[in-house]
Design a protein. Structure first.
Length: 270
DNA sequence: ACTGCCGGGAC
DNA sequence: GTCCCGGCAGT
């Protein structure tokens, strides 16, 4: 289905008609990506050593090539899976999702060539392409679409206005692949670095690195639940005010000894 | 970010 | 035993 969408996209005269020349990136469009990029080390709270998981081996994780997607991409992916009927005032751009690239071109073929040459290190031979480039760029609508996106939920009669304005940020691998559905089972040596998060959301990228990709399914990143059984042994936090709350950090001398020692408060029991 | 407190180290 | 703190988990 997504392949059909891709096919119809790539054969669209709108996309093939324009020359594959390199356009200079829109100055205002390259800025959205930076806040989305995870700062390195922002998740390094020491939990990475759990289960012997080595962050360095993450690079071999099969879910790695999913670059962080902008909200526009999620909107494109989830809201309207089929090729969208274009308004005349809307210009379609293609943005490279490679980390810290963000290059914007006006044609899909140009973007594919950019990704092949710059990121995948291949020669510009579209005939030999396996389509992997499709996973590294997304389609952007600029113009009235962008300007009215925030208001779309206010138009009750719009047939496509039922798109959720804020889709949950599910980073299910394979679902966030722009413009195509099955991810490439075998990836080249070049891949976008650090596309997976390692926070507590257990969104699949924490699967053990030895998990092999399942050929054909593209769903190698099965969400792996943590096996921290001791976590539910922790008793729920009581709602009584403790010494810290009552006296404040400034008057720490008034705390009970347990609170001073960061133990369970014995003055204000639950 | 703040809070409660477990687990564990230093003495 | 006392004292302290790293770090986790809940809010």
């Amino acid at each position: 289905m997504a392949a059909a969408a891709l096919t119809s996209l790539s054969t669209s005269p709108l996309l093939l008609g324009a020359p594959a020349a390199a356009f200079s990136p829109e100055p205002g469009l390259a800025s959205w990506q930076e806040p989305l990029v995870q700062a390195p080390g922002s998740y390094s709270s020491g939990s990475s050593g759990d289960w012997g998981w080595d962050p360095a081996s993450e690079q071999s994780s099969p879910c790695t090539p999913s670059p962080p997607l902008p909200p526009e991409a999620a909107h494109f992916l989830f809201g309207e899976p089929a090729p969208r009927k274009r308004k005349s005032s809307v210009q379609v751009l293609f943005q490279c999702l490679w980390k810290r690239c963000g290059k914007v071109l006006s044609t899909a073929s140009g973007m594919q060539r950019h990704i092949r040459l710059v990121h995948l290190g291949r020669q510009a031979e579209p005939e030999q392409s396996d389509g992997e480039e499709d996973f590294y760029y997304t389609e952007l609508d600029i113009g009235l679409d962008t300007l009215t996106d925030g208001l779309s939920s206010l138009t009750p009669v719009s047939p496509v206005a039922s798109t959720p304005p804020a889709f949950p940020h599910l980073e299910l691998p394979g679902l966030l692949r722009p413009l195509a559905s099955p991810p490439p089972p075998v990836l080249s040596s070049a891949r976008p670095p650090q596309a997976c998060h390692s926070d507590h959301s257990y969104q699949g990228c924490l699967a053990p690195p030895r998990l092999e990709p399942q050929p054909g399914t593209g769903r190698a990143c099965v969400p792996a639940l943590p096996s921290k059984l001791g976590a539910n042994l922790r008793k729920p936090r009581g709602d009584a005010k403790k010494c810290r709350k009552v006296y404040g950090v400034e008057r720490r001398a008034l705390w009970c000894t347990a609170c001073r020692w960061k133990k369970a408060c014995r003055r204000f029991l639950d």
